[in-house]
Design a protein around this ligand. Sequence first.
Ligand code: SF4
Length: 337
Amino acid sequence: MRIGLFDVDSHNFPNLPLMKLSAWHKSRGDTVEWWDPGDGRYSIVYASKVFTESVLPAITNADTVHIGGSGIDLKNKLPYEIEHTTPDYSLYPQFKFALGWLTRGCPRANHGFCITPEKDGCRSIKTADLSEFWTGQKQIYLLDQNLLACKDDRIDLIRQLAASKAEVEFGGGMDVRFMTDEVIEELRHVRVKDYHFAWDDPKEDLFPQFSKVASSGLFPARKIGVYVLTNYWSSHEEDLLRIYKLRILGYCPYVMIYDKQKFVDARGRLLPDVWDRYTPEQIFHFKLCQHLQRWTSNRALWASCQTVNDYRPYIQFLTKWPDILRRHQHENHLSQF
Ligand code: SF4
């Protein structure tokens, strides 16, 4: 059979399902190549779409077309036999790392901003041993969303990573709540590329856990990024509290703004219709988040401004906001005539 593969999103990151499909078909003696709309007929074309916004063109030169990926829906899955095939790394020769999942799922079901609990379940469960997708590469990229939440198997999996001696990147970050003494001791034997955590829920006090990791000597806190979710369920004061607590411990907070693209363009300017879609209070809150993000993400500013009140654009914005609001209300009033 002649098999065509179509990575709908791009080739900027390897598409794991296509790599597994390729390996599986090759093992059956099929010819596998990238799909070309103008190059004859295919027996089967597999199109994989990770992002909803990616545009999928019509595929008319195949007897059968299979379309999958989280950009289509959250339920489609590869058949078990294909899911557990070692990926065909030759599809993306520009990438040198091994890629895969050791676990799937995450218990943080209250994180409505994340698709993982719905897509992969509300428990972190082991799905593979490292040997299923690691073929001796010097680097390993893990797609796991919450490996440390897999209480039954995490120690064994961490030991597998340590034994590989490869540099390991935890693409989904780590959950600081599961950084127990035992986990920390095991992680000392793994060549972790970099650590990053998240502090999403303002109602959870994760200061003790972050404090424990910082004092463990596992990795310098100043090199550990911590994502701080804003504009979702927290007040400005709650955002600041998390940022200041992380600062005390020496971490680098990265402010994440929920729905940012609905407020501003790529250059950070408010979209023209934002006043029609959000209340002034929501826009004000968003702008505060944006200033927090600019302050914390610039290392020089972060070092020189001990508090957000030392960050001049933030103070200027607070001063200017009444004028901005008055101007908007005036224009809005005029537009009614
Ligand atoms: S902890 Fe991470 S993976 Fe789990 S639900 Fe929250 S954001 Fe998603």
